[in-house]
Design a protein around this ligand. Structure first.
Ligand code: ADP
Length: 734
């Protein structure tokens, strides 16, 4: 049983924080009471503290199961820096090091130990744990237990057995993924609420991030996107731009470099050294903008990011909010902007197809390999195999996934040969596809669920109401207000009020209503806006939407304008959007009356020219040669001195700068200029351990610094180069 007399005192003493973040106190007091708990908090919500603080109060050990091996060392270093005895056990250690740590655990020398889930494969390891009193079993990234989570790890399935072998210790499972199906799965997989355990307490909290201004900008193409990026960088300086493909990362990186922006590029094809170099530049503050795929993020703990831009729409609201949520972790205002161009949905549809091959593609890939490998193993690229499958030219990424599935089912063997080439061999005897252990129903269900997630994030992009409300609703966070008054929709709605429409606008409204009426209740906003914009895409032509009488009517306005107009017509009550899995539009009675000229609706008409004119202006400005700089806001000389000192220390100690101090701490130090240890302890982020280790140096620097002055501009530095690469398996996944 844990006991804490004064959690706040522990918070201040060990972690240097004055207040709990939203939800932390409730979770901690429930854990201290002995409840099992399922904690759903967004990234950056402060989940770690929910088990780290109770760990200090228990007699036994807190075991933290985490799949993020790369981060364990940082996490442990940061605890040790706070005088908390902690260690990790993962594959980077030798057996004798592991034994040494197990001994320290047995002897009560450690309070918190991070363990990788694959350790539980070893019966010897579990036996060793049985000799150690475990007061809390904390399962981080608990969504890895769920096949429906975005990151399923089969090793997590061993944990149920481990819990039984360890005598059912108290459990806290933590994740940022809150969909009900994942939540349910976590409870079932861990058998919480069974074996004499009470049902776990569920906490869904902290999704509200009122300091983030959420915004969606409709853009028509690359020039618009670039213009928005420069706009945002000009005001917000420091942040991340997420792209959905490596190609987009590289393209944008070149563009921004050409404009002398201090930036780094980062994606999954970079080797370890290059990744670390880019990450260090960004974390140390040497670069202020990161252009990256979703590979960038795990462990990015730079709290002072003032913006996150999504260059392309991501595949789900979870992914969006997790990435966007990396902005403003210091609680200061930050902007999260999604650049929405309907055409980008195609990339996500490609990923969806690519990561969820149909039965036909899996079967076709297996047959093709059987034919190709008749005379033995072959050396070839996936693209080559794809041409041998049926007559439908399947998506190459889907073929790549199918081959991986076949490999996992021991039907084929593959080894990577570099470039785009693999050696592929058939495993004899050839089996019937139904005997390979695939659950095609489950695969189809997963595809359907991924499709649903994509539709939800498109829904977010088209949301006309409060974006914060949309997010809280999505995650099931009960702390919902009607509207935040702070997201772009809430603030622009205040300026853009529904009003009677002009004669010209009436024609636009009629065209949109006509388009919907022609296919009443059959299609959603996406397809109808494409038809209004005269798209020749397969999605439109296949269902004869080009025969709609309003087809192409809004061609000069573009598909995003059409999408916004449909959204406003829903808001105005002229259109109804269904509430089911595939939301479709239909015309309401008011809509019909408007169409027939028998009623006037008041509509907040979208502004057709805004994005385009702004884009043009920006690009012209750039071309005229005035370089755009994204750099730190002017700070006092002391601030810069402290930052410089932190940078050197971070380099010397090979630890990320934020682990020394975050920017908010630097700012407080520079503003309040503490002159002794007591005053130092009043600074945000300064606990006694830190004060002891670093206090003297910091106080000396403050005592010696001159008064406030504007800082000189920072110097340019050299950029890491981006390698050229071809398409390879997994190219799109970060
Ligand atoms: P998560 O695991 O939910 O993504 P972390 O546990 O890594 O989040 O915490 C995110 C950041 O918030 C860290 O920098 C951490 O030091 C900080 N943090 C946690 N709790 C508090 C608190 N009570 N006050 C201020 N900062 C906090």
């Amino acid at each position: 049983m844990l006991s804490i007399a004064d959690p706040r005192a522990l918070l201040q003493k060990h972690f240097g924080h004055r207040e709990f973040l939203e939800g932390q106190e409730e979770v901690i007091s429930s854990i201290v009471k002995g409840d099992d708990a399922l904690v759903i908090m967004p990234t950056g919500g402060g989940k770690s503290l929910c088990y780290q603080l109770p760990a200090l109060a228990g007699d036994g050990l807190t075991l933290v199961i985490s799949p993020l091996i790369a981060l364990m060392k940082d996490q442990v270093d940061s605890l040790v820096a706070k005088d908390i005895p902690a260690a990790f056990i993962n594959s980077s250690l030798s057996q004798s090091e592991i034994n040494q740590r197990l001994r320290a655990m047995r002897e009560g020398e450690l309070k918190i130990v991070y363990v990788a889930p694959e350790r539980f494969k070893s019966p010897r390891f579990v036996e060793a744990l049985q000799e150690i009193p475990i007061s809390l079993f904390a399962l981080d990234e608990a969504h890895c237990l769920s096949q429906w989570g975005h990151d399923f790890r089969p090793d997590y399935l061993r944990l149920k057995r481990a819990l039984a072998q360890l005598g059912q210790p108290q459990v806290v499972a933590l994740t940022a993924t809150a969909t009900p199906v994942v939540r349910q799965d976590i409870q079932e997989q861990l058998e919480l609420g069974q074996h004499g355990r009470k049902s776990p307490k569920i906490f869904i909290t902290g999704f509200a991030r009122p300091n983030l201004t959420l915004a969606v900008s409709s853009v028509r193409g690359k020039a618009d996107k670039l213009a928005r990026i420069f706009d945002v960088m000009e005001t917000y300086k420091t942040g991340i731009i997420y792209c959905s493909t490596r190609k987009n990362v590289e393209r944008l990186y070149k563009e921004l470099r050409a404009a002398k922006v201090r930036c780094i590029a980062y994606h999954g094809a970079f080797d370890e050294a290059k990744r670390t170099k880019a990450q260090t530049k960004f974390m140390s503050g040497e670069a202020s903008v990161a252009i990256a795929t979703n590979a960038f993020g795990m462990g990015i703990d730079r709290a002072d990011l003032r913006f996150v831009i999504h260059y392309d729409i991501p595949g789900s609201v979870e992914a969006y909010y997790q990435e966007a949520g990396r902005a403003g972790r210091d609680g200061e205002p930050a902007r999260c902007e999604l650049l929405f161009n309907y055409a980008d949905v195609k990339t996500q549809e490609f990923f969806l197809d690519g990561s969820n091959p149909t039965r036909e593609v899996i079967e076709g890939s297996y047959s093709a390999i059987q034919r190709l490998c008749r005379r033995g193993p072959i050396r070839t690229a996936i693209s080559e195999i794809a041409t041998k499958i049926g007559n439908g030219r399947p998506n190459q990424m889907a073929v790549g996934t199918a081959l991986r599935l076949l490999q996992r089912a021991d039907a084929i063997e593959r080894s990577y040969q570099g470039g785009r080439t693999y050696t592929t061999a058939l495993v004899e005897p050839v089996k019937d596809i139904d005997d390979l252990g695939f659950d095609f129903d489950q695969l189809a269900l997963k595809r359907q669920r991924d499709g649903e997630k994509l539709r939800q994030v498109i829904g977010y992009a088209g949301e006309a109401g409060c974006l914060h409300r949309f997010i809280l609703n999505y995650f099931g966070d009960p702390h919902i207000k009607d509207s935040c008054g702070a997201c772009e929709n809430c603030s622009s709605r205040r300026n853009r009020i529904a009003r009677p429409v002009s004669e010209d606008e009436r024609a636009l409204v009629r065209s949109a209503l006509t388009a919907v009426l022609g296919v009443n209740g059959r299609f959603g906003r996406g397809r109808i806006s494409q038809a209004l914009a005269g798209s020749r895409s397969k999605a439109v032509l296949d269902v004869n939407l080009d025969a709609n009488s309003a087809y192409g009517y809004l061609k000069s306005h573009g598909v995003d304008y059409a999408f916004s107009l449909l959204t406003e017509l829903i808001q105005a009550g002229c259109l109804l959007i269904s509430d089911d899995q595939y939301p479709v539009l239909s015309v309401t009675e008011l809509g019909r009356d408007v169409l027939q000229g028998e009623a006037e609706a008041e509509i907040a008409m979208p502004d057709p020219g805004r994005a385009r004119t702004k884009a043009k202006k920006k690009v012209e400005k750039r071309v005229a040669g005035r370089p755009m700089q994204a750099e730190a806001l002017p700070h006092s000389e002391l601030y810069d001195e402290l930052k410089q000192w932190r940078f050197k220390k971070s380099r010397a100690g090979r630890i990320p700068a934020y682990m020394i101090f975050n920017d908010a701490t630097l700012e407080e130090l520079a503003r309040f200029r503490p002159s002794n240890q007591d005053e130092l302890l009043a600074i945000k982020g300064f606990g006694p351990a830190k004060a002891r280790k670093l206090g003297k140096a910091v106080l000396a620097m403050i005592a010696g610094s001159v008064d406030e002055q504007e800082s000189p501009p920072l110097e340019e530095f050299s950029y890491s180069s981006v390698e050229d690469e071809g398409w390879s398996e997994g190219e799109f996944n970060g």
